[in-house]
Design a binder for this molecule. Structure first.
Ligand code: DHB
Ligand code: FE
Length: 261
C-alpha cells in the first residue's frame, strides 16, 4: 500500500491543532464524546457536508481559487440546478405577490487576464424568493442570460429574502447553543461560464439585509459582493419604489491559470 504523504501531513497537523484546542480550553473526555455524538447525529441527518460548507468552505475558496484580481468566488451551495436560457432576461415565472420587489441587474463580464469583455458568456442565476424559498421543482428565479458582443448581460428578478435551512438540524442546534442567529443573508447565486467551462461561481448580497454580519456561511459576506441598489424612478404607485436596479461587473479568471499564479 502506498502511503499518501499529503494525507499524513494533513492528519498530523490537524491533530496537533486540535490538541492545542483541547489543552487551551481544558476539554474533558466527556465533552469530547459529546462532540463525537454530535457528529454522529449530524451524519445520520446528512448535514456533515453542510457543516463543512458553513464552517470551512470559504476559507478553502480563498486559499485555492481566489485570484489577486477578479470577482471573489463563493460556494455553490446546495440548490444549483439546470436552468433555462432566458432570452428576455426575465427570471420571474410566478405571478407577482405584494411582497415581491423587482430587481434589474446588469453589467459586463470580462476576462481577468486580458481585461477584454467576453462575448457569449453564460451568466446563470439562482436564488430564494421574497419569502426565502428556493424553487426546487421549477425554474422560478432561475435562469441563464447570455452576454452580447460587448460582454453585457441584463436580467430581471426579485429581491431575495434571507432564510435559514438549519433550524431543525444539528447546525441549528450548534448555533442556537452559541446564542447566534442561524440564517443566511439574502443572496443571489451566480455561475459564469464561457465555451462550456465554468469560470466563476459566486454569490451577490442584498444591502441592508439582516444577517450580513452574521451569515452562517463563515466568511461568505465581503463588501465587494454586496450590491448597490438604486430605486427605479417612479416605479411604485404609492411612492415606494416597486423596482430597483443594480450594476455588477464580473471579472472572471481563465480557469486554466488557476493554481499557477
Ligand atoms: C446553504 C444554503 C445556501 O443557500 C447556500 O447558498 C449555502 C449554504 C446551507 O444551508 O448550507
Ligand atoms: Fe443559497
Amino acid at each position: 500500500m502506498q502511503a499518501n504523504e499529503r494525507l499524513i501531513e494533513i492528519y498530523q497537523y490537524t491533530v496537533s491543532q486540535l490538541k492545542a484546542v483541547v489543552e487551551k480550553f481544558g476539554i474533558t473526555q466527556d465533552e469530547l464524546h459529546i462532540a463525537g455524538d454530535f457528529l454522529n447525529r449530524a451524519g445520520k441527518e446528512n448535514v456533515c457536508r453542510s457543516l463543512v460548507d458553513v464552517t470551512l468552505a470559504m476559507a478553502s475558496m480563498d486559499a485555492t481559487v481566489r485570484l489577486k484580481y477578479g470577482t471573489r468566488p463563493s460556494i455553490e451551495g446546495p440548490y444549483y440546478g439546470t436552468h433555462p436560457v432566458r432570452s428576455d432576461g426575465n427570471l420571474i415565472d410566478e405571478p407577482k405577490t405584494d411582497d415581491d420587489v423587482v430587481l434589474h441587474i446588469s453589467g459586463i463580464v470580462s476576462d481577468a487576464s486580458t481585461g477584454l469583455p467576453i462575448n457569449g458568456a453564460h451568466v446563470d442565476f439562482w436564488q430564494a424568493d421574497s419569502h426565502g424559498k428556493y424553487d426546487l421543482n421549477g425554474s422560478n428565479l432561475r435562469g441563464v442570460v447570455i452576454t452580447d458582443s460587448a460582454g453585457r448581460y441584463r436580467t430581471t428578478t426579485l429581491v431575495p429574502k434571507s432564510y435559514s435551512e438549519h433550524d431543525h438540524d444539528q447546525i441549528g442546534e450548534l448555533f442556537c447553543a452559541m446564542g447566534r442567529p442561524c440564517s443566511r443573508a439574502a443572496h443571489i447565486h451566480v455561475r459564469v461560464s464561457s465555451l462550456g467551462e465554468v469560470r466563476l461561481t459566486t454569490q451577490l448580497f442584498i444591502p441592508d439585509s439582516p444577517y450580513l454580519d452574521s451569515d452562517y456561511v463563515e466568511g461568505a459576506v465581503t463588501p465587494d459582493l454586496i450590491l448597490t441598489l438604486e430605486p427605479e424612478v417612479g416605479s411604485g404607485s404609492d411612492g415606494a419604489p416597486a423596482a430597483f436596479t443594480a450594476k455588477f461587473d464580473f471579472v472572471v479568471p481563465n480557469t486554466s491559470l488557476i493554481g499557477t499564479s
